[in-house]
Design a protein around this ligand. Structure first.
Ligand code: FE
Length: 286
């Protein structure tokens, strides 16, 4: 039995994206090799609507999945498949961009917006799959309650409970784990997977080192191992846990498009330029 130890701590940088949304890019381009199959994690935590109200107006995606999960908040969305709706407290939107989608994501003013958008890479063979939206409502996400902790199973399986999805392409675990002060959480993990956590609230220790306390708003990447362990500090601990088998495929990344080769990237931008990006429909004037 090998406990996964913390391998790397990432704080990310404050950035503005979309039409001017203030966010923390926790992991991004520079981290892709180590965090594979995860490409990006943007974290939101704000009580000032000015930080996010400008939103992410219409933009394309290809070759990835974007997974937006909100503990608190309200993001209205619409897309070129004709979907529209809102991501609300405790719900998740799992969007497969595949061969191409245009969408907009517009956060609405709420007392607090707290959540994250994760980008999961698509395997080379699935990059041009059909696009699809999945609205995983709060009711669809099982909550496994224990004496001193609870786990929301967005994706994967925890204690025999299947999450709201398993992922159609890359199978990932995505758990929202809440520990009471001093609570311990230990699970078995597939040693073939890369695993990282993002500490949302509180603080805690991870792996066999019980003395180092990591504060919130940090991502921790773990070494290989078949056990994951966390202990909450005095104020409790809430973190997102992500794991997935690395794809180990070449990456050509241009803004919202992530392909395997530069040629594929250029082709995508050519299609956007001449209006053929979205076949059989799409939105006029985009
Ligand atoms: Fe987007």
């Amino acid at each position: 039995m090998a406990i996964r130890e913390v391998n790397k701590v990432v704080t990310g940088t404050t950035q503005y994206d979309g039409a001017g949304v203030k966010l923390v890019r926790v992991i991004g381009r520079a981290d892709v090799k180590e965090f594979d199959p995860f490409l990006m994690l943007d974290a939101f935590d704000s009580d000032d609507p000015e930080d996010y109200i400008k939103g992410f107006p219409w933009h394309p995606h290809r070759g990835i999945e974007t997974v937006t999960y909100l503990i608190k908040g309200d993001i209205e969305h619409g897309d070129s498949l004709g979907n529209s709706g809102s991501i609300l407290d405790g719900s998740c939107q799992w969007m497969t961009a595949g061969k191409g989608i245009l969408h907009q994501e517009m956060p609405q003013a709420t007392p607090r917006m707290l959540g994250a958008q994760l980008w999961v890479n698509l395997p080379k063979k699935d990059k041009m799959t059909e696009p699809e939206y999945r609205d995983l409502t709060k009711e669809m996400i099982p909550v496994v309650e224990d004496e001193d902790h609870s786990v929301r199973v967005i994706s994967g399986e925890y204690k025999g409970i299947a999450g709201a999805t398993q992922g159609d392409y890359v199978k990932i675990d995505y758990f929202d784990v809440m520990l009471q002060p001093g609570a311990k959480f230990q699970i078995s993990t597939d040693p073939n997977r890369n695993l990282f956590v993002y500490i949302v609230l509180g603080a805690g220790s991870f792996g066999s080192d019980m003395t180092t306390v990591y504060p919130n708003k940090r991502a921790l990447l773990f070494e290989e191992g078949d056990q994951f362990s966390a202990i909450a500090a005095d104020d409790g601990l809430r973190f997102f846990l992500f794991s997935g088998v690395p794809l180990k495929e070449p990456i050509a990344w241009g803004g919202p498009i992530v392909m395997n080769t530069r040629e594929e990237l250029m082709e995508a931008f050519r299609e956007i330029e001449n209006g053929t990006f979205i076949q059989g429909g799409g939105l006029d004037g985009l």
